[in-house]
Ligand binder design. Structure first.
Ligand code: 13P
Ligand code: 13P
Ligand code: MG
Ligand code: MG
Length: 371
């Protein structure tokens, strides 16, 4: 039996700015997924938010890119966006870039990360979801988790991890992909994924047996819409333990904050802040960019649940161990914001091409004379 973990997410509208998904929207999504479970479309679900992004975690046995599962998510996003419009929530329907659903939600605006797996004897999973950033934000932590022996002790001392991992890198500009092996091609891999706006790690496999270990959402809204419509606010699914990095190694990159692109108007470098689900809301300068992580077990095509069928979910960043990263994030935010609209606080002019800035500069283009 093969189990599929699908995380499909969308900004359908948010409360008081690009800040948080309000309760009625979360409840609507939950109600529909409960029905879908009863109808047998999915086996388990968990609804949460990463800032202003509505996140649907669904576990089922229908495989990746399944029309019914994608159609279910699309229907939920349509209906919740309608509700958001009625409430005049901010950015209602923001990420719904296409109108007619034709079997697959990819390329329509919502973000998707899916993995179809053969369950191991025990199957611990971590789902990460971030707001006010983009797909490349996972390059740094995924590299550390699966390739950096100073992060992951198992790369050195676990015989079942010997040989390392391989990374699929997507060139989001040219829409091409390539696979790089670690440790032997580590430097070349870093050469690419260090450019987080262009290259995104999309899959990670264990090299010796091609076991799928991690997937990320890799859409670029601006490349679908041709203009700035909000950031891509990515999700990632990571398997842990038993010949893969331990849970603690998967969480280790978040001991410290690091910089990601996004934040205010999707136009600034900002420090990522790992937060609990209750603090999953963006405030200062529409941030700082925040990331949540949930941990759970997959068992026989479902999320392991209690006797009432409630999924057992651990809110992984709800832990004082991440206080250091949170404090660093605020300190780095303060340092960066002193720079205002001067680089490197603002993204490079190449990325700003997709924002509203060119419209401002357009007005002055005739003022420039040859020198
Ligand atoms: P346990 O001995 O508690 O299973 O832990 C093993 C491990 O991998 C810890 O990182
Ligand atoms: P989102 O991409 O999270 O909607 O944020 C948009 C924005 O402009 C924040 O300042
Ligand atoms: Mg928004
Ligand atoms: Mg968002």
């Amino acid at each position: 039996m093969r189990t599929t973990i699908s995380v499909i997410k969308c900004d359908v509208g948010s409360l008081a700015g690009h800040h948080i998904v309000p309760k009625p929207i979360l409840e609507m999504a939950e109600k529909r997924l409960k029905e879908a479970k009863e109808q047998g479309i999915i086996n388990s679900y968990f609804v949460f938010n990463a800032g202003d992004d509505l996140e649907l975690l669904m576990v089922h046995t229908r495989g990746e890119n399944n029309e019914e599962v994608h159609g279910l998510a699309w229907e939920i996003f349509q209906k919740t966006a309608e509700k958001a419009k009625n409430l005049k929530l901010y950015g209602a329907g923001q990420d719904l870039l296409k109108t007619a659903f034709s079997g697959n939600i990819r390329g329509m605006g919502p973000g998707t990360a899916e993995m179809e797996i053969e369950e191991r004897p025990s199957e611990p999973i971590v789902v990460f979801a971030a707001d006010k950033t983009s797909g490349g934000a996972f390059n740094f932590p995924l590299f550390k988790i699966f390739a950096d022996p100073f992060n992951t002790a198992g790369l050195i001392i676990d015989p079942s991890m010997a040989g390392g991992f391989k990374f699929e890198v997507l060139d989001v500009k040219e829409n091409k992909k390539a696979v790089f092996k670690c440790p032997e091609e580590m430097y070349e891999l870093i050469a690419l994924i260090g450019s987080v706006d262009r290259y995104t790690i999309s899959h990670v496999w264990r090299k010796r047996d091609d076991l799928l270990c991690a997937v990320t959402s890799t859409s670029r809204l601006s490349l679908i819409a041709g203009k700035y419509v909000g950031k891509d606010d990515p999700v990632a699914i990571v398997r842990a333990q038993h010949g893969l990095p331990a849970l603690g190694e998967v969480l280790m990159p978040f001991l410290h904050s690091f910089f990601v692109e996004g934040w205010m108007r999707g136009s600034h470098w900002g420090p990522i802040m790992p937060v609990s689900l209750k603090d999953s809301k963006c405030t200062i300068f529409d941030g700082p960019p925040r990331i949540v992580a949930i941990g759970f077990q997959v068992v026989n095509g479902e999320i392991a649940s209690d006797d009432d069928g409630k999924p057992l979910i651990s809110d992984l960043f709800d832990d004082p161990a991440f206080d250091l990263a949170r404090r660093e994030a605020i300190e780095h935010a303060a340092i960066m914001r002193r720079m205002g609209e001067f680089e490197p606080a603002r993204l490079s002019s190449e990325i700003m091409e997709y924002t509203t800035l060119p419209r401002i500069l357009e007005r002055f283009k005739d003022r420039f004379i040859p020198v």
